[in-house]
Design a binder for this molecule. Structure first.
Ligand code: HEM
Length: 492
């Protein structure tokens, strides 16, 4: 562990304490750090936000956008604008305070000073028509009673599905790899995105909702594509796609897309859950006090946005890391999987696979699937970075860009490099997990109704570990990138 890391704040998440507290040891307290006025500016009205938007999406791209400003102001905390903005997003305020190091970013987890109401993707919020004219739990602050109900419901469905989880995942991954093998027998490279999404859709429907897509041929065939469209229409105004400019600016970032383009698909998915997921829906109603419609819309959001959306981004980056490695990582992973895997893969068996888990954590560190996190100041407070503290006013919006935060050199040694065993015990990896934030909280934290950490924090890392273990029990090696597989060698 680096010496500087010893001086980092620790977020206490003991399972007995109800409300996790951000502990600021005295040497870290704002009083011990020089107070600096916030550098950066929002620029001229309209012109400032537009110029920042063009930098963000076109001239620089998100990473360079934040890095350049960090260098310019010699600070990891500064004022800037993030899109979407003018001309057609008139109700959206693009002004934010960027927080780009591990310590300032961790302020976003302190629910005493941060409010998480309607800030999932910033000040912009997709139309509620996409979510059945209601605000799903993810948009709710912990002070809202409905948040507790939905959060506890989401934790409950995960817990109840845990018996099925590993076996459902394995059987759906077998279908996926069979499909990829068939494509590879006809061509030198096989795109895996559709087989992967189809298998994740089936797996998540069955595990989270108890709904089998095979009972609804239309949903079985294209449920994954319905979710893709629904997600894209909500998120397009906030994401750089890489389409030829200025076409991307004009057609994808200038206005919010209307719901009617996917209303038919949303209805089909809603009815699919209503019919096939009756038991889970009943629990939402009777045990968690959610109305029937609220249960179904929340289930659809959790399954479609959080789970399907999250895995659709994360698993391709994991395949890319493993499939393009030339350092002998595959041999090491294969050895560990074969030694510790036993006859059937399970949560218990992958917990023994230290390297597999470390590779999963390191992939999440360098490729956090949800790159931006936002939080609004609940009251005036002092925010500290490693070097300084800053006065934040009630109502100001903080914006953390995780790909840079996770390369904080004061916490992670050689931060730009992918180090497969960084999180192993030998390297003090357990301590580093305090600073792995992909789930909107530290990997050592416990998601509950008093915080906004991803309910599936542990299920996601276990699922990814199972994915790797399944891969190396089926194959000796694979070659591929984030979209396709170009070679596989079956297990001998
Ligand atoms: C790779 C997959 C996943 C990733 C990357 C991911 C990431 C995240 C992140 C970053 C947040 C916080 C958003 C914010 O408020 O800023 C979140 C929240 C949440 N996630 Fe996940 N997630 C994943 C999978 C799942 C799964 C499988 C579930 C299934 C139950 C789930 C359920 C939730 C819920 C319910 C919340 C809202 C928490 C709250 O409102 O307190 N996520 N997730």
């Amino acid at each position: 562990m680096s010496a500087i890391m010893m001086r980092m704040p620790v977020i206490s998440m003991s399972s007995t304490s109800q409300s996790p507290k951000f502990i600021s040891p005295s040497y870290n307290s704002p009083a011990a750090l020089p107070v600096r006025s916030l550098p950066g500016s929002y620029g001229w009205p309209l012109l400032g936000p537009i110029s920042d938007r063009l930098d963000y999406f076109w001239f620089q791209g998100p990473e360079t956008f934040f890095r350049k400003r960090m260098d310019k102001y010699k600070s990891t905390v500064f004022r800037t604008n993030v899109p979407p903005c003018f001309p057609f997003f008139t109700g959206v305020n693009p002004n934010v305070i960027a927080v780009l190091d591990c310590k300032s970013f961790a302020n976003l987890f302190d629910m005493e000073v941060i409010e998480k109401k309607d800030v999932l993707v910033g000040d912009f919020m997709p139309s509620l028509k996409f979510t059945g004219d209601m605000r799903p739990g993810v948009y709710q602050d912990i002070s809202e009673p409905e948040h507790s109900k939905v959060k506890n419901f989401s934790i409950d469905i995960l817990k109840r599905s845990s018996k099925l989880w590993a076996s459902e995942l394995a059987s759906n991954l077998d279908i996926m790899w069979d499909e990829i093998e068939t494509s590879l027998s006809k061509s030198s490279s096989a795109s895996f995105l559709i087989p992967l999404q189809k298998s994740m859709f089936r797996f998540l429907s069955k595990c989270l909702v108890g709904a089998d897509p095979l009972n609804d041929p239309d949903v079985a065939e294209s449920g994954y594509a319905m979710l893709d469209k629904w997600l894209a229409l909500q998120l397009l105004p906030t994401i750089k796609i890489g389409v030829l400019q200025p076409l991307e600016e004009i057609f994808l970032h200038s206005f919010a897309y209307p719901f009617f383009l996917v209303s038919g698909d949303y209805q089909k998915l809603y009815y699919f859950l209503e019919k096939q997921g009756q038991e889970v829906i009943r629990r939402g109603e009777t045990e968690f006090g959610l109305g029937k419609e609220a249960t179904i819309h929340n289930l659809l959001f959790i399954m479609g946005f959080n789970a399907f959306g999250g895995f659709s981004v994360f698993l391709p980056s994991l395949i890319n890391i493993i499939g393009s490695d030339k350092t002998g990582l595959q041999e090491k992973l294969r050895k560990e999987v074969r030694e510790k895997g036993g006859s059937t893969l399970s949560f218990a068996s992958v917990k023994e696979m230290e390297l597999v888990q470390s590779v999963v954590y390191e992939t999440l560190r360098l490729n956090p699937p949800v790159p931006l996190q936002f939080g609004r100041a609940r009251k005036d407070f002092q925010l500290s970075s490693h070097e300084s503290s800053y006065d934040i006013k009630k109502g100001e919006l903080l914006c953390g860009y995780q790909p840079l935060v996770m390369r904080d050199s004061k916490v992670f040694e050689d931060p730009e490099r992918f180090i497969p065993d960084r999180f192993t015990e030998e390297k003090d990896g357990n301590e580093l997990l305090n600073y792995l934030y992909w789930s909107n909280g530290p990997q050592t934290g416990i998601p509950n109704q008093f915080n906004k950490q991803c309910s599936a924090k542990d299920y996601v890392t276990m699922t990814a570990s199972l994915f790797v273990a399944h891969l190396f029990s089926r194959y000796d090696s694979i070659k591929g990138d984030s979209t396709s597989i170009s070679g596989i060698s079956k297990a001998k």
